[in-house]
Ligand binder design. Sequence first.
Ligand code: HEM
Length: 145
Amino acid sequence: MTVKQTPLLVALLLCLSLSACSQQPQKTDQLYLALGAQAGLEQLVDGLLLEIEQDQQIVHHFQDTDIPRFRRLLIEQLCELSGGPCTYTGATMQESHTGFQISQADFDNLVTHLMTVMQRQKIDIKAQNQLLALLAPMYKDVVYR
Ligand code: HEM
């Protein structure tokens, strides 16, 4: 291997080892536990729903949504993503957000609400960042579909 190729290989290996580079569920349940397991995720999603309800910029997207179903699927998805004992049974992010014309600002609002709720629940900052890193790559499937 040439000297020139080495940094590229290091970057690739680093990327493969970071969860932020993939949307694969975590291999351990460490993050799931740090988020408070099932009860913690339920509290998180309920808090997020309250924030959404009060946000005039994004609440209109949910006017025809079956909220109990959305709640169940989001909990399920976050559980699977964080390494918990769940299997997400909803639609793909691309399928479920197509036709809503969600803007970048809308996406940012939702993420800000999630951060507010995680902060309120006193979730460890490392776990907060890990969850955000898992959600960030979904941006491309959610915005302007
Ligand atoms: C990473 C960020 C996001 C995640 C993880 C996420 C997750 C989900 C999940 C799991 C569902 C249910 C899928 C199904 O019905 O099978 C869903 C639906 C939905 N999401 Fe998101 N979402 C995200 C961002 C957003 C944003 C930014 C908005 C708008 C501000 C939004 C609006 C909606 C709406 C309106 C539905 C319901 C669609 C319907 O009623 O059929 N989502 N989302």
